[in-house]
Design a protein around this ligand. Structure first.
Ligand SMILES: [Zn+2]
Length: 113
């Protein structure tokens, strides 16, 4: 027999799914087959539930005022950080890095000739 997904039943499935119950357990509680739970859940929740074990750590960047946003290293590396000098007013970089950031790349044209 095909499961009739009323709004109530869908909401109950959603609640149990979010709480982390297995599809078999949800089926038992709602009185429907596990397959019905799986099929509906896949249609409702396109992304699988985040595993509590493999959850990626949330990176919190503390921002304590305007600082130069010149990056040192490469994003993702342990040593990656931003220059924390005070930026020039209206610029994202300190005086030293603003000079580097806004310099005209003259040397790049040397191959054209
Ligand atoms: Zn800087």
């Amino acid at each position: 027999m095909e499961t009739v997904w009323t709004i109530e039943l869908t909401q109950q499935l959603s609640a149990l799914w979010q709480e982390g119950f297995s599809t078999a357990e949800i089926g038992r509680r709602l009185g429907i087959s596990k397959n019905a739970v799986v099929g509906k859940a896949h249609r409702l929740f396109l992304t699988p539930r985040p595993s509590p074990v493999k959850r990626a750590p949330i990176k919190i960047v503390e921002f304590s005022g305007p600082t130069c946003s010149w990056p040192y290293g490469h994003p993702g590396e342990k040593t990656f950080h931003f220059c924390d000098e005070r930026p020039m007013s209206g610029k994202p970089y300190c005086a030293e890095h603003a000079a580097l950031a806004y310099i005209k790349p003259k040397s790049q044209n040397s191959n054209a000739a």
